[in-house]
Each structure stands twice: as C-alpha cells, then as structure tokens.
Design a protein around this ligand. Structure first.
Ligand code: ZN
Length: 237
C-alpha cells in the first residue's frame, strides 16, 4: 500500500470516531526529546535499571534535572497537535501515553492518561506532599518534612499508578479504533492495551519507525514518521 493509500485508510477510520490514541517515546523524539530506550537514546549511556530504581534516587534526580527539564524549546510537534485537533472534533476519545513530558497537554489534548507518571507535579519522596518544580531544580528539600523532592515519574521497581491504568483499560475496551503512535510495544503494559482493543473487535493501527511485535495482528501498519503520516492523513479528513 502506498503512503497516500495508508493515509486515506487511517482517515476513514478516524472519521468513524471512537478513537483511542496510545503514544510512546517515538512521538516525543519528533519534538527533539531523546528516547530513553533506543540505542542512541539517553539510556545508551547509563544503566536504566540502576538509574531509575528507588535505590538510586539521588542519581535519578540529577539525571532528570540535566536531561528532561529542558526549557521551553521542547514543544509539541504536529503529531501532538493533530491528535488534539481530532479530540476537539470529537473523533478521539482519549489519549493513553507512556511519555512523562506533558506535550499532549501542551498541545491542548484534554483526556490524557499518563501510565508512567509525569514530570509535574513534583512531590516529596517521603511524605508525598506536592512541591514546586523550582524548589526541586534548586535542590531544596520538602518544606514540610525535609524529604527529597522528585518528579511524579514512575521509576523501575515502583508500581504504575492505578487510575491511569483503569482509564487505559476502559479506553482500550470501548474504542472502535486503537492507534499506536511511536511505541515499540515491547514493555508491559504497553503491549497489553493494543491486544485488548483488538480482541474486543477494534481496528488496530500502528505507526512506528521500526517493526513491533504486534504488527502481525494490526489492520494497518505504517513505518513512517508520525508527524508526516498524520499530516498526510489530515488531507483526507
Ligand atoms: Zn515531605
């Protein structure tokens, strides 16, 4: 199938409504953020299980400060914007994301569920109270108990937050079309939700640069850039 035919196919599915979006690191890299897991990504220069474990909290905090609280130059890209537009137009019902960068919200998506938490708000690692990002970046402790401030990002070894998991479950269960944007679908539960949607009769679309383990059960697989492909799809909406 040609790029154009693939785009027409996606446009048909999106216009039928009931769309759930599932986004991963591949969407953020198009905004210039480094991918944690890819070979030339951030983790290539660090041991991820060590860096992101609770035991290595200190290192993790330094790591996040240096790499992720990158200033305003990191902005949503055309992919985030089209997803937000489709939600506003009533086609997209919700977004499930593995990303912690809040770029979907910056692009004005509303129903966004973050499986791995988020850079903001910052919380106290000891008492759980909310702190300010400014205090965290300045290395100040929690103003209540003196504990460490940290982003609300889920570390290796920590439980995924319950409410986003439940919401992702509902969105996967009830959708007509489930669209994966930039996830390699290798880690759990990322690989669970597309399967669930498919088993409930939804159309499964995967847009990812590289092949994924679920390509074989998908109705449409596109190995192209997300922004380029969604822009092409917009032409047929
Ligand atoms: Zn505290």
């Amino acid at each position: 199938m040609s790029f154009e035919e693939e785009a027409k196919g996606l446009a048909r599915l999106v216009k039928a409504g009931g769309v759930t979006i599932f986004s991963g690191a591949g969407l953020s890299t198009e905004s210039g953020l480094q991918d944690f897991r890819s070979r030339d990504g951030i983790w290539a220069h660090a041991d991820p299980t060590r860096l992101a474990s609770i035991e290595a909290l200190e290192e993790f905090l330094e790591f996040y400060k240096a790499r992720l609280y990158v200033p305003e130059e990191i902005q949503p890209n055309i992919g985030h914007e089209i997803v937000a537009k489709w939600e506003k137009e009533g086609y997209v019902e919700g977004v499930i994301t593995q990303n912690v960068d809040r770029l979907h919200q910056k692009a004005c998506s509303v129903n966004v569920w973050e499986l791995h938490g988020s850079l903001e708000p910052v919380r106290c690692h000891r008492c759980g109270r909310e702190g300010t990002t400014a205090d965290f970046l300045a290395g100040k402790p929690c103003s209540y108990c003196g504990g460490r401030l940290r982003p609300s990002v889920v570390l290796f070894g920590e439980m995924l937050p319950q409410r986003p998991l439940e919401a992702a479950d509902e969105l996967s269960d009830g959708c007509k079309t489930f669209i994966v944007l930039g996830s390699s679908l290798v880690v759990s539960p990322a690989n669970y939700f597309p399967r669930q949607a498919k088993s409930r009769g939804a159309n499964l679309v995967i847009v990812n640069r590289d092949p994924t383990p679920l390509d074989g059960i998908a109705d449409l697989v596109v190995h192209e850039g997300i922004g380029a492909f969604l822009s092409e799809t917009e032409k047929y909406m």
